[in-house]
Design a protein around this ligand. Sequence first.
Ligand code: HEM
Length: 331
Amino acid sequence: MASFNVAAFLFFLGLLFGASFAQLTEDFYDQTCPRLPNIVRREVKRAIESDIRAGAKLIRLHFHDCFVQGCDGSVLLVDAPGIESELNGLGNLGIQGLEIVAAIKAAVERECPGVVSCADILAQASKDSVDVQGGPSWRVLYGRRDSRTANKTGADELPSPFETLEPLKKKFEALGLNSTDLVALSGAHTFGRSRCRFFNGRFSNFSGSGQPDPTLDPTYRQELERACTNEDTRVNFDPTTPDTFDKNYYTNLQANRGLLTSDQSLFSEAGADTVDTVNLLASREGTFLRFFRRSMIKMGNIRPLTGNQGEIRTNCSRLNDLGAQPGHDVM
Ligand code: HEM
């Protein structure tokens, strides 16, 4: 009776948070691919050695994966018969790092063919990217399977850099992530770059006001204006420590040095509950890292496919049966 109550309670929690915590486990590949963590970590380190942005690209892919029909590798699928790629969705235009995922997957396939999902590789690679660059480590939960569908419309509706707090909160809440998760996860903008097109509207006539965005520090604005020689120039998210995973994202927000409207809105919207969280995470490195780790695990649990659902793709960009057809390369 007691065990039934516990199971019922966990099931209820799962429903409540729209996530399937119970189905993913730390030991999922212990028998079938015991060296998985070492292989992925080695490949992530190698990628970062040749491209300092590799880690940032990987974690962003995981975020965009989880936010569209759950963490199921759907973001990686390219156009094919029956697949309208999420990569053509508004939120994914210009997203990078697919070749890094392909290299990691190839290394995993060499040791454990047909066993490890692309969705799990994204989750593991994100953790490694963060801790290789100075952030926290955590124990990744595994057992996600890869989708046989993509949802381009979902990718059109990913959180936008031009959005303010309320719409951002709604998009996170719809996936069981609260405003603390929103603030903690946005901390990933402590590394990586953004193209100028996503923030240059803040420089002048912001929202038709005839003035620059008042929540953008004027000195920082001038630095950005100088750096943005064209719309596609990439600028550091964190002007202080651009490639280190630390709490400076939050101290930047406190100084009106958030790069995107969506970043600065966490601190600059009067009365918002996110302001206290920004101040808390800005105060101590350890606090930010603890919050970030917790929210990443929560994000990685969004609606995974498990059991017999979906498949384990051989090539992360293509469905297995389409991959075997003439004209579709397998790796
Ligand atoms: C809160 C809503 C968010 C918005 C509106 C947003 C928007 C953006 C935009 C516009 C870029 C620049 C893209 C480009 O220039 O091509 C970017 C980059 C990035 N985002 Fe976010 N993001 C959000 C949340 C997150 C989250 C939750 C994560 C991870 C946990 C994340 C990780 C990154 C990283 C690491 C980069 C840099 C990628 C690179 O250097 O290639 N973002 N984001």
